[in-house]
Design a protein around this ligand. Structure first.
Ligand SMILES: Cc1cn([C@H]2C[C@H](O)[C@@H](COP(=O)(O)OP(=O)(O)O[C@H]3O[C@H](C)C(=O)[C@H](O)[C@H]3O)O2)c(=O)[nH]c1=O
Length: 181
C-alpha cells in the first residue's frame, strides 16, 4: 500500500498493491496497520455503499456530533472525490482536495474528521464504498453547498443530479462557528 499526503497533509491518498494474474486481480482494500503506520489510530465501525448515476453530486456532508473519519474507495466507475477543510483554526480552512478515484486506478482517499465530503460521478454509474470511524448520526449531520462560489469546485459534470437536501445546503460563509470544527 502506497500512502501519500495531498496538498492538505491530513487528507491521504492510498494506492493499494494490485496482484494481477490470468484470472483477474487481487488487492487488500484495508489493513488497520497501514493507518497506524502513518500515525492514525482509529477504528472503523460502519461501512457504506452507494450507487449513483452519471452526473450525480452527493454532498458536501459532515457530522458535528459523532464526526467521522472516512476511507473512500470505488468498486465500479469513476468519481471525483472532494474533501473540504472545515477546521476553523486550519491554514487551509475552506480549501479542498479533489482526486479521481476509480475501479481502474483503485485509489482510495482517507478523509479525517473536520472535513466535509462529497463526490461527483464521472462514469455511467459509480459504486462507492467507504468506511466510517463513527456511526451515522442524522441529528448531527450538516452540509455545505456543493456549488459554493467561494469553494469554486470543478465537479467536472454538467447538469448535476442533486438531492433536494443538497440543493439547499448553506454556503461556507453562512455556517455559524458551532457547526464548524
Ligand atoms: C449517510 C447515511 C444515510 N443513511 C440513509 C438516510 C437516507 O434515508 C438515505 C440516503 O441518505 P443521503 O441522501 O444522506 O445519502 P448521501 O447523499 O449519499 O450521503 C452521504 O454523502 C456523502 C458523500 C458522505 O460522505 C456521507 O457519508 C453521507 O452524507 O440513507 C443511512 O441509513 N446511514 C448513513 O450513514
Amino acid at each position: 500500500m502506497q500512502i501519500t499526503e495531498t496538498e492538505i497533509s491530513e487528507v491521504l491518498l492510498f494506492e493499494p498493491k494490485v496482484y494481477r494474474d490470468d484470472r483477474g486481480f487481487f488487492l487488500e482494500t484495508y489493513r488497520e496497520k497501514h493507518l497506524k503506520k502513518v500515525g492514525i489510530d482509529i477504528h472503523f465501525v460502519q461501512d457504506n455503499l452507494s450507487k449513483s448515476q452519471q452526473g450525480t453530486v452527493r454532498g458536501l456532508h459532515y457530522q458535528i456530533e459523532q464526526p467521522q473519519d472516512k476511507l473512500i474507495m470505488v468498486m465500479e466507475g469513476r468519481i471525483l472525490d472532494v474533501a473540504v477543510d472545515l477546521r476553523r483554526s486550519s491554514s487551509t480552512f475552506g480549501k479542498y482536495v479533489a482526486r479521481e478515484l476509480s475501479s481502474d486506478n483503485k485509489h482510495q482517499m482517507f478523509i479525517p474528521k473536520g472535513f466535509a465530503h462529497g463526490f461527483s460521478v464521472l462514469s455511467n454509474n459509480a459504486l462507492v464504498y467507504y468506511k466510517c470511524s463513527d456511526y451515522y448520526c442524522p441529528e448531527g449531520e450538516y452540509g455545505l453547498f456543493w456549488n459554493d462560489p467561494s469553494l469554486n469546485i470543478d465537479w467536472q459534470v454538467t447538469d448535476p443530479v442533486i438531492s433536494e437536501k443538497d440543493q439547499n445546503q448553506p454556503k461556507i460563509s453562512e455556517i455559524s462557528k458551532e457547526f464548524l470544527f
